[in-house]
Design a protein around this ligand. Structure first.
Ligand SMILES: [Zn+2]
Length: 471
């Protein structure tokens, strides 16, 4: 009898956990903000939600949440940590709020956009928001697979594109917490969604072009096709879902371009007065953001620095550029690192201070890029494979979603001497010392010289040998 009871209890617990928790979001347009109603089903005593992030060095996120109202259960708010402790009543809770935030109309100093990329801009003329600034999201990693639904009760008076629901706009969405937690939505009277067929599969180009719409789309589509098919071939990735390029203007900011990569697309914001979207600089940013589909986890030196290496590599491997463009791209990082006032700051401190100012933000991009290039040289030397970047990244691919420096060293130690790997990792990444770029360890066909003022420069010494890195 006892075993029957415990079996029966086990069945009840199992049947609860299959629907539990469930978070239903209902969105409603308020003219100058977005209303959010949340209905939670959970058997937990306390269910934790979080709002927004500190990306861009923001500190005022909680001021965007207005008219917070609880109709079932209890909610305890800790503003300092942006956390919401929800205490369900009889397995459920219901509460609502309005997200209200616009970017300033007037910029004293054009270009101060780092923070604006991460902030909502919502009114009757347009909207842009990362989803973490709309939805209160379950805070616990164990709830990443919990069921969610999003329903729009009323939508803004213009088309809205939701990256988590790229085929569906403001129609209903059902999925998991992880589908909506790292995503973006944008709306605009000029918003268009163009289908771009790549290798027989549909993907999307989403724009709201102020100028030369047809010319700009005609330039963006072949770039998208060429680059995306090249990088998916690099990663040997099968098509699973549409990928979306969301290229969306800032309201008033005249910053040339900034971007943010996601698993199923990227968003890039740019100066709305631009005539030509696909300038070299914007193209390189779009390229970098596409790279984040794969390199998006772990430490900054890897996610950003190795993604910069991937950008330079793939621009050449895709045929969009010649090998000397890689040298040009790398030299930008090399001289940027040399001039950076924090160039020898230890890695941990650099990660901690990432948003403190632009020099800290860029430091690990460039340090990581130099480290990636250095390792490609060691890899080539150890294996004799000139196109070292590709097998290096294939060795890292199995743990991209769960990257750690230890796993990385283990994977590289299959090819490169472990003592040397550990010594270099400590020296360049942990301690932040200057790169030696010893001639005997460089990728073939190039060397690094130093100008009289100390500025280093990568020179291609054998263009045939150098071009083999990108085959
Ligand atoms: Zn990036």
């Amino acid at each position: 009898m006892r075993s029957l009871i415990s079996l029966f209890l086990g069945f009840i617990l199992l049947s609860c956990s299959s629907h539990d928790p469930q978070v239903d979001y209902t969105l409603s347009w308020r003219g100058d903000g977005l209303g959010v109603s949340i209905s939670l089903e959970s058997r937990k005593d306390t269910f934790m939600f979080t709002y927004g992030s500190d990306a861009g060095g923001q500190t005022d996120q909680m001021s965007w949440i207005q008219h917070f109202n609880v109709t079932r259960g209890d909610v305890l708010i800790d503003s300092a940590s942006r956390s919401f402790a929800v205490v369900p009543a009889d397995g459920g809770a219901e509460f609502s709020y309005v997200v209200r935030c616009t970017l300033p109309d007037d910029y004293g100093s054009p270009g101060g956009c780092l923070m604006d990329m991460f902030r909502p801009d919502i009114d009757e003329k347009m909207m842009f928001s990362r989803t973490e600034n709309i939805f209160l999201l379950p805070a616990s990693k164990e709830d990443a697979d919990a069921q969610v639904s999003v329903t729009w009760e009323s939508a803004p008076p213009y088309p809205v594109f939701c990256l988590y629901n790229p085929d569906g706009g403001t129609s209903g969405f059902k999925g998991k917490v992880s589908d909506i937690s790292f995503s973006v939505m944008a709306g605009d009277p000029l918003l268009t969604v163009d289908t771009v067929v790549i290798n027989g599969h549909e993907n999307y180009l989403v724009t709201a072009l102020r100028k030369n719409a047809e010319e700009n789309k005609s330039a963006l589509k072949p770039f998208f096709r060429t680059f995306y098919s090249s990088i998916t071939a690099f990663w040997e990735e099968k098509y699973e879902a549409p990928y979306s390029l969301l290229i969306f203007p800032f309201r008033n900011n005249t910053f040339e371009v900034t971007g943010n990569g996601f698993a199923n697309g990227f968003v890039s914001r740019y100066d709305a007065t631009a005539d030509t979207i696909l300038t070299q600089n914007r193209r390189d940013v779009f390229t970098h953001e596409m790279g984040h589909k794969w390199l998006n986890n772990g430490t900054v030196w890897f996610a950003e620095g190795f993604n910069e290496m991937q950008t330079g590599y793939q621009l050449v491997a895709s045929g969009l550029e010649k090998p000397d463009y890689f040298a040009h791209y790398f030299n930008h990082a090399l001289s940027g690192l040399q001039r950076n006032p924090y160039k020898n700051v230890p890695g941990e401190k650099a990660e901690d201070r990432f948003w403190d100012d632009g020099d800290y933000t860029w430091l690990l991009y460039w340090r990581g890029f130099c480290y990636a290039f250095h390792l490609a040289g060691l890899f080539e030397k150890a294996t004799g494979i000139p196109n070292a970047w590709r097998p290096m990244m294939q060795a890292v691919k199995p743990f991209l979603a769960d990257f750690s420096a230890d796993k990385f060293i283990d994977a590289m130690a299959e090819f490169i001497d472990r003592d040397l790997l550990e010594k270099d990792y400590r020296k360049y990444i942990v301690e932040g010392r200057d790169f030696d770029f010893l001639p005997e360890n460089m990728p073939s066909g190039c060397r690094i010289i130093r100008h009289a003022d100390g500025t280093p420069e990568l020179l291609i010494t054998d263009s045939i040998a150098f071009s083999k890195h990108f085959n």
